[in-house]
Design a protein around this ligand. Structure first.
Ligand code: PLP
Length: 420
């Protein structure tokens, strides 16, 4: 089986373990930058292309700063994410605010920052107008429902999804905002998640270009920008292949020529809001083996748990595991690799073939750079680990310290217990 290689040497990782203690997440700056440049290069043909990084995937300002330097914007969906973008000076139309069930205060903040607001429902036009005023550019999120079959397992079928406007609502919504003085229009969708088949993205682009042409022909409204959403997958399993971005790009380009250019709608701005494919493969969860137990199955217990990486427990996802220094040993043992949460699904791997593991071994869990640390939670009194950045010059920075019990207790006021 193909092995997934680490970008760090054994000595480097051992030094990090020694200095910072386990568990921790570590990100590879060089890998993130090279990958970001590949995406930008793949879409260099487009009149204006922008990737709005989905902040929720890795909401760390030091990672956002790297991505801003590579020309990315930010896709935000909450006040905290807007504030993170602001902190790293991703501002104005470099922010796309794609939220749902949104409080007025968040629309106000998005307006204050000059973000492109992407409305999730036709009723949000009035809500936005009443609470924050209408900006001169508005985007709408399209939910194709039954018009687009075959969403995938994480996001589900579009007609079951809570997001976006129906096709009829979309046409009505553009007319409403135009009548209210809005002059610039965006169009957005997000119908797939963690998808490795480039054809899905090309189909989505075709669907969106057709829609933009229909909107133009029916309403005389020219869409300035189409955002195809995120959802490009990553090869979590060693035998999977990364998505060839040039295949997506060439397919989108052909559709652009056949539909947008052929109908006189060139130039049109194109955008993506990927998270996973941007940082996912460049982040690792590093943990130490605390215990082994042999009952009906053989278990290896780590000092990390699902508070640090929830995807295996939540979705049954595969995350590859490397046992440091044992990369070349035969995979002749079968283990469940577990965390310490009092939940039986707190397992990083089930029935995984691995080399013989000993207590004290360092285990590296791959592809934890997106929807990893970010999904962390404090259930069962578990604390989120630190995030480290291995910089392009080889040095290591702490970009988020580990939580402490003081953080965990910081919302409690114990002094009121004195009445007891
Ligand atoms: C989560 C999300 C994304 C990013 O998805 P990835 O799978 O990380 O690419 C983009 N847009 C919206 C609206 C999202 O909710």
């Amino acid at each position: 089986m193909a092995e997934k290689k680490l970008p760090f040497s054994q000595a480097e990782l051992e030094a990090m373990v020694e200095k910072y203690g386990t568990p921790f997440h570590v990100y590879d700056e060089q890998g993130i930058r090279e990958n970001a440049r590949k995406l930008v290069a793949a879409f260099a043909w487009a009149p204006e292309f922008k990737e709005y990084f989905a902040v929720k995937a890795a909401p760390n300002p030091y990672l956002l700063k790297i991505l801003r330097e590579e020309g990315f914007g930010a896709d935000c969906s909450s006040i905290a994410e807007l504030m993170l973008a602001e902190k790293v000076r991703i501002l104005d139309e470099n922010i796309m605010f794609t939220s749902n069930d949104t409080p007025a205060s968040e629309y106000k903040k998005a307006r204050e920052l000059g973000a492109i607001i992407n409305l999730d429902d036709i009723s949000h036009i009035d809500f936005l107008e009443n609470h924050a005023g209408l900006p001169d550019i508005i985007s709408f999120r399209y939910n194709p429902g039954p018009l687009r079959s075959g969403g995938n397992s994480i996001i589900g079928n579009p007609e079951e999804a809570k997001y976006g406007l129906t096709r009829d609502q979309l046409f009505e919504a553009y007319q409403i905002v135009r009548s209210k003085g809005v002059e610039r229009f965006g169009l957005h969708t997000m119908v797939i998640s963690n998808e490795l088949n480039p054809q899905y993205f090309i189909e989505t682009a075709n669907m969106m270009f057709d829609l933009a042409v229909d909107i133009y022909n029916t309403l005389g409204i020219r869409i300035e920008m189409i955002n195809f959403g995120g959802g490009i997958g990553i090869p979590y399993r060693p035998e999977q292949q990364a998505v060839d971005l040039s295949v997506i790009s060439e397919g989108v380009r052909a559709a652009y020529e056949n539909k947008i250019m052929a109908n006189g709608l060139h130039p049109m701005k194109l955008a993506l809001e990927c998270g996973r494919v941007i940082t996912g493969p460049y982040g690792y969860l590093v943990a130490r083996v605390l215990h082994k137990k042999e009952i009906y199955k053989n278990y290896v217990g780590l000092d990390a748990c699902m508070a640090n990486l929830m995807r295996p427990a939540l979705y049954g996802s595969y995350h590859h595991i490397t046992v440091l220094g044992k990369e070349n040993l035969p995979l002749d043992h079968v283990y469940d690799v577990t965390g310490s949460l009092c939940e039986n699904n707190d397992k990083f791997a089930i029935d995984r073939s691995l080399p013989k593991i000993d207590i004290g071994d360092i285990v590296v869990i791959h592809d934890a750079g997106a929807h990893g640390h970010a999904m962390g939670f404090n259930y069962n009194g578990k604390l989120r680990s630190a995030e480290l950045l291995r910089k392009s010059d080889g040095s290591v920075d702490v970009i988020r310290r580990a939580e402490t019990v003081e953080d965990y207790f910081s919302t409690l006021d114990f002094s009121k217990l004195e009445d007891f």
